[in-house]
Design a protein around this ligand. Structure first.
Ligand code: 13P
Ligand code: SF4
Length: 345
């Protein structure tokens, strides 16, 4: 019974007080964004985690976000992920072992110092550690351009992993798209390492299945239906979609844009469907999904069920903290270097 569950959540939160901070990503379902202490994009959630005083951070998001929070928080704080199934498929598209093998190929034809790796926040801790160890950094959808500029100042070529769409969209922003290639080291017909490194930017061949499904046909269809509509999309969308939209931004940037819109403005939003529905509730503007019924939720984010949040909170109150996300100290040290470089940007 959702009403009974909400009562229990309110009661246990009152009991736990400031000992527990609940962070929620914008893609979480309504009941969770309503109960979270702070809701935001990956960047804002990482800064909130870094500032947190609470003994325990309950992270209503996905594994890579909880890992980053664990790396950024103090050693005596715990980070709890209410469901261990909440894993972003895109983060799994560049595993550290695969990247090590590709790095060996690339550094056979160029010095390691000339290649600066950047990983998207949507990656596991071992890939962040790889970037930290090799002079690189982490970025999110809200600071990718700044991170790329930082890296281009320090090396000949930037290697960006794993999201090809964010990589190419950022290259376009910076005017280096003519010197950008998508690299799949296992494609027998693909680029060889030396040809790839002739470019400013080498982008791993990963993508988000929630955002990759948007096409320019969806943008044309909403415009045909309503010529007054404005379109905003997330930079994990295909470059053709980003180019045809009126605006692009991280989930927090999309939220700010829509909340600042005037009443009567109409916005079609190309991102995860729960967030589109939150914006429709929160904003004065008329908000619709970019592709109607075909817009999807994120299977990883959906794993965070309100019942699981209640279970972790009641367990913490009972003295047994479940689902603690803990990155091993050596990985955490290098990954922290890469995260700190981003936070210092
Ligand atoms: P934001 O950093 O924009 O919140 O994006 C996270 C994400 O997973 C988008 O798919
Ligand atoms: Fe990963 Fe895409 Fe879900 Fe974001 S929306 S967490 S990138 S699968």
């Amino acid at each position: 019974d959702p009403a009974r569950r909400q009562e229990r959540i309110a009661a246990v939160r009152a009991e736990l007080g400031d000992d527990v901070l609940v962070l929620g990503h914008n893609y979480q379902r309504e009941e969770i964004v309503e109960l979270a202490d702070f809701v935001g994009d990956s960047y804002a959630l990482s800064t909130r985690a870094a500032e947190a005083d609470a003994e325990t951070v309950v992270f209503a998001g996905v594994t890579f976000m909880a890992e980053s929070a664990d790396i950024i928080t103090d050693a005596d704080q715990s980070v709890v992920l209410p469901s261990v199934e909440a894993s972003c498929p895109m983060a799994g598209m560049a595993e550290a072992l695969q990247v090590d093998a590709a790095w060996a190929d690339l550094t056979e034809v160029a010095s390691a110092d000339s290649i600066v790796p950047i990983c998207y926040m949507n990656s596991y801790a071992d890939l962040k550690a790889f970037c930290g160890e090799h002079g690189g950094l982490v970025c999110t959808s809200s600071n990718a351009a700044r991170a790329f500029e930082w890296a281009l100042d320090r090396g000949e070529t930037v290697l960006f992993l794993p999201d090809k769409h964010l990589g190419v969209n950022t290259a376009r922003d910076l005017g280096i798209d003519d010197a950008t290639v998508i690299y799949d080291p296992w494609d027998p017909d693909g680029l060889d390492p030396a040809t790839a490194l002739d470019n400013d930017l080498v982008v791993w061949d990963g993508y988000c299945q929630v955002h990759d499904r948007f096409t320019t046909d969806h943008v044309e269809a909403v415009r045909a239906e309503d010529p007054e509509v404005s379109v905003v999309v997330h930079p994990e969308c295909r470059p053709s979609v980003v180019e045809s939209a009126d605006a692009v931004g991280s989930t927090a940037q999309i939220r700010t844009l829509i909340e600042d819109a005037d009443p009567g403005e109409t916005w079609a939003v190309g991102t995860e469907i729960h967030m589109v529905n939150h914006l429709d509730r929160w904003a004065d503007a008329d908000v619709r999904a970019l592709c109607g019924d075909a817009c999807s939720d994120c299977n990883a984010m959906r794993q965070i069920d309100p019942a699981a949040v209640l279970w972790v909170l009641e367990s913490i109150a009972d003295g047994s903290t479940p689902n603690v996300v803990s990155v091993d100290p050596e990985t955490a040290e290098y990954a922290r270097t890469a995260l700190d470089r981003m936070l210092d940007l």
